[in-house]
Ligand binder design. Structure first.
Ligand SMILES: Cc1cc2nc3c(=O)[nH]c(=O)nc-3n(C[C@H](O)[C@H](O)[C@H](O)COP(=O)(O)OP(=O)(O)OC[C@H]3O[C@@H](n4cnc5c(N)ncnc54)[C@H](O)[C@@H]3O)c2cc1C
Length: 401
């Protein structure tokens, strides 16, 4: 069977996990979270835990933004290699950013246990391989830098990669101990369901269209005409933040994903490993809980949703051609193909912090290939913001840096 769709796999697999009412009266709260994707659900979890009266709104159904399209590889490795990030922002900030993403994976595991999640969290190693001979030199430098910074890494040569993973035509690579994967769509829903039982109020199909700023509180105006009075607003609006914030802080990209039919035996060698390479744009892949191979890549600049989706077939071929380079005899049977939008920043780091034009407000915008781990880091940062305190990473993730 070769059933294809341009709906993300996670949406089809999970269906409609939960729906919520739209806003039908004025409301009042300590914290209003705008955006109910993986970021908003994690921040809501933190706010409820910290004891705030919290409201979460989304203009769509929950988790129907990037969270439905993600490949959900949980990596401590940022799109910008550690040695390069050190050159850009200095050793302290670079190592702290990598470490925070590593700890974020442990935090997700803790939350998974706490809420009895069934979203398939699985600890995995990660293989980052050189796809061209010329990449070996800098990748080895990256390996040494990470080792010196205390990360658990091993170098494998091309023969070892072939033997262990069955990938041909590689030039060696880094194997990291720390990594995981999860169904982020299901996990985000589970988080919201868990916190609704603890008092979180949720409204979907509820769009914030404007905000009035007052001393000590804000009034969010909703498309239906109702208002939400909130002491603080936390914006978790993902890549649509580009329409709200006028400065040029993120380059939007289209990225593509293909998932195979179920074949548990075929993908055995990488069920416990996340894989990505040094191509630009890079290829990334992992297996799913139900025994499929999920591959992403073929990124290009975003010129609107229609253009992005019109080239799905072309992009599917491009991804599978890149897979053929390392698995020449391998027949991949695609089941679902889709496109999503994500953003690249100049240093691979997220934007998490206050913005001079938005009073009593905080932004948690996890960008790049590890948007999800950045959102987890955002939980602690947002918690400190509510207490008027700064996080060690605030200066590295701030607007205008
Ligand atoms: C194909 C693909 C693969 C990816 N792979 C990975 C990966 O392997 N690992 C990883 O860590 N990250 C990955 N990412 C990135 C990751 O998916 C994102 O970082 C993450 O999903 C962002 O979640 P979010 O909640 O911030 O944004 P979203 O899920 O987009 O949620 C934002 C929400 O805000 C709502 N919203 C916006 N404006 C308003 C408004 N005015 N009023 C009310 N609601 C509003 C939207 O409706 C939306 O639901 C990938 C992304 C894509 C597209």
């Amino acid at each position: 069977m070769n059933l294809k769709s341009n709906e993300p796999f996670w949406l089809l697999k999970n269906g409609l996990i939960a729906t919520y009412p739209s806003l039908k009266s004025d409301e009042n709260c300590d914290v209003l979270i705008i955006g109910g994707g993986i970021t908003g659900s994690l921040i809501a979890h933190q706010m409820v835990k910290d004891g705030y009266k919290t409201i979460l709104i989304d203009k769509r159904e929950l988790c129907n933004g990037s969270t439905s399209a993600t490949t959900s590889m949980l990596q401590y490795e940022i799109d910008v290699p550690l040695y390069k990030l050190i050159e850009k922002i200095g050793e302290k900030g670079a190592v702290a950013s990598y470490k925070a993403c590593s700890e974020a994976i442990d935090t997700i595991e803790t939350i998974v246990k706490e809420i009895h999640s069934n979203a398939g969290f699985k600890r995995k190693k990660s293989l980052y391989f050189a796809s061209k001979k010329k990449d070996i030199e800098w990748l080895k430098k990256e390996y040494e830098t990470r080792k010196n910074a205390g990360f658990e890494v091993k170098w494998l040569n091309a023969d070892q990669i072939l033997e262990k993973f069955g990938f041909e035509n590689t030039y060696g690579g880094i194997v990291s101990e720390q990594g995981a994967s999860i169904d982020a769509f299901q996990f985000a829903h589970e988080l919201v369901i868990h916190n609704v039982k603890k008092g979180l109020k949720v409204f979907d199909k509820t769009e914030m269209v404007d905000v009035e700023y007052h001393k000590g509180f804000n009034i969010a105006k909703i498309d239906s005409g109702f208002k939400i009075r909130a002491k603080k607003i936390i914006y978790c609006i993902g890549y649509e933040s580009k329409t709200l914030l006028k400065e040029n802080f993120v380059n939007l990209k289209s990225t593509y994903a293909v998932v195979s039919e179920v074949d548990k035996d075929k993908f055995k060698s990488i069920t416990s490993t996340l894989v990505w390479n040094t191509d630009d744009p890079y290829l990334y892949m992992r297996t799913t809980d139900d025994g499929r191979l999920l591959i992403g890549g073929a990124d290009e600049d975003f010129y609107g949703a229609e253009k992005r989706d019109a080239i799905l077939n072309k992009k599917e071929k491009e991804i599978l051609k890149n897979l053929k380079k390392i698995k020449p005899d391998y027949h991949f049977y695609p089941d679902f193909v889709w496109a999503g939008t994500f953003g690249e920043t100049k240093d691979g780091l997220p934007y998490i912090g206050e913005h001079s034009k938005f009073k009593n407000s905080y932004f948690v915008l996890g960008f790049g290939g590890n948007g999800i781990t950045f959102s987890v880091v955002g939980m602690e940062m947002a918690s400190l913001f509510m207490k008027n305190k700064k996080h060690l990473l605030s200066r590295y993730f701030k607007f205008g840096r």
